[in-house]
Design a protein around this ligand. Sequence first.
Ligand code: SER
Length: 343
Amino acid sequence: MRKEVILITGANGEIGHGLITQIGAEKRARILAMDLKPMDECLEVYCERFILGDILDKMLLGRLMAEYEITTIYHLASILSTKAEYNPETAHEINVEGTINLLRLGVELSQWQGKPVKFIYPSSIAVYGLPDLKTKVSEGKIKEYQWCNPITMYGCNKIYCEHLGRYYSRYYRQLAKDPIKNTIDFRCIRFPGLISADTTPTGGTSDYGPEMLHSAAKGIPYECFVRKDTRIPFMAMPDAIKALQLIEKAPKENFSQLVYNVTSFSPSAEEIEKYVKVAFPKCEITYEIHHSRQAIVDSWPEDVDDSPARKDWGWKPDYKMNRSFNKYLIPAIRARYAQAGCN
Ligand code: SER
């Protein structure tokens, strides 16, 4: 008998940490975790198995199919927006080729298993591209189908993979004599910038939020790379994990679309600074604008409309800004760095 598992790629990343800890603590499924980097020790207890491997390795993915009954794929592995700009073609390979490999694996598994594999895919506000600040401010909350003109490789990759998800779940090999019946059940969330108390992001452009907070907690001066008035949506990690679990569990009949915005609060960089300073009054935060990174966040919306997610699968954040900082981020970060001997 092959064991039933949930496959999580990018397991060592920020979302991977949160998701594995949550699913593992609930003991609701066996986790097959995969990442290019060795597994963080604190996650090991929650996983059935960890695979040190590359999503570009088709042989490896094929072997997984033979060994496990994979009911759900959380495809989290990707190169974020800033890092992707330093090597766009490599980012494309990982973000797009890697996703196609997983989508194909999902389709094949669905065939073998006789029922659609759920494919949960995190997309991003990076799929949006507002032409200028005036438009960004005047548009306010934007809907899923508006302003999808990304200016980054990461944003291009994410919007294309959303389309691939739709293609693989609804139209895969549509001209075949015997079109495939069971393909994947693709479900996608466009996340805002995420802030976690347990991890810091690597290579993103919304990183100034979490970096400001973690640096302050560690007593390290922070030079913020965007203007004080920069505003994009953010979310605390527990809400991101909640959204992923809600979209995974929702009945398929409830979905009116495949791709959903979610959000929680939309602070300016200066508003984040204020919260950080109340908690860590001695912290040093200065501003040194990186113009190209600034242009990227200026092209992202200042808010998104997440009403379809609220209506179709009951999305609602537990943590607005005040609660995120005062009930989750600050207490958890204090405890974390105190334990690590940084405070
Ligand atoms: N956090 C991501 C980034 O900055 C956006 O989704 O690239």
